[in-house]
Ligand binder design. Structure first.
Ligand code: ADP
Ligand code: AMP
Length: 213
């Protein structure tokens, strides 16, 4: 099963992708997490990506597409995967489509999590992310058991550099201009499933499991 998570930054894609990954035993592939791991490890890719990420801009397709295609070619993806944060514009979606076509394959579901912009700002400012494993929490909605510490791996939780209010506004503009057109793209392919992401995260997950059943 090959699944794409769509939705604005902060809509809950990563939160849901993590739960889908556990239930269906599929790898959760987040291009944002791959970039953050590269930044943490001080790689050339990380240095280049950081400049764009800190401004709330998309990292250029030349860098992003190759990384994604290399990742989905790995052995653990042979039964499928969940893409979180890719594709983020039409050219990325077209490349993915063409690569899958070559393999006689296709995306099974594009799950669009809908959350209005007003709620997004609150979610992003309250989001805390683990520096090691990428797990996300929210100060009010999804607090960790112990303040500032990841439940899953015990490492530190931080406010991401790009989750500050000004950057979030830029990211939302980029989303509306470049990423939202993917909703029509996947609708035309007949795989779009939209759901209300303002509900409790377990209710959202329940709906996703019904969609995937
Ligand atoms: P995305 O991956 O789409 O950027 P996240 O999954 O990181 O978004 O979620 C953004 C923030 O909102 C996180 O702090 C997360 O804990 C919180 N969150 C996720 N789903 C919900 C929900 N259904 N209700 C309230 N808060 C949520
Ligand atoms: P995310 O963790 O998905 O919110 O992504 C954080 C940032 O990483 C984005 O704001 C972009 O700068 C960059 N990024 C992640 N995925 C992509 C992508 N598919 N294309 C371009 N940039 C991306």
């Amino acid at each position: 099963m090959k699944i794409i998570m769509l939705g604005a930054p902060g809509a809950g894609k990563g939160t849901q992708a993590e739960m889908i990954s556990e239930k269906y035993n599929l790898p959760h592939i987040s291009t944002g997490d791959i970039f953050r791991a590269n930044i943490k490890n001080g790689t050339e890719l990380g240095k280049e990506a950081k400049g764009y990420m800190d401004k709330g801009l998309l990292v250029p397709d030349e860098l992003t597409v190759r990384i994604l295609l290399d990742r989905v070619a790995k052995e653990d993806c042979k039964n499928g995967y969940i893409l979180d944060g890719f594709p983020r514009n039409i050219p990325q979606a077209e490349v993915l489509d063409a690569e899958l076509n070559k393999l006689g394959d296709k995306i099974d579901a594009a799950i669009d999590i809908e959350v209005p912009d007003e709620s997004i700002i609150k979610r992003m400012i309250g989001r805390r992310a683990c520096v090691s494993c990428g797990a996300t929490y929210h100060l009010e909605n999804v607090p960790p058991k112990k303040e500032g510490i990841c439940d899953k791996c015990g490492d530190k939780l931080i406010l991401r550099d790009d989750d500050r209010e000004e950057t979030v506004k830029n990211r939302l503009n980029v989303y509306h201009e470049q990423t939202q057109p993917l909703i029509d793209f996947y609708q035309r392919k007949g795989v779009l499933k939209s759901l209300d992401g303002t509900k409790d995260m377990m209710d959202v997950f329940q709906e996703i499991t019904e969609i995937l059943a």
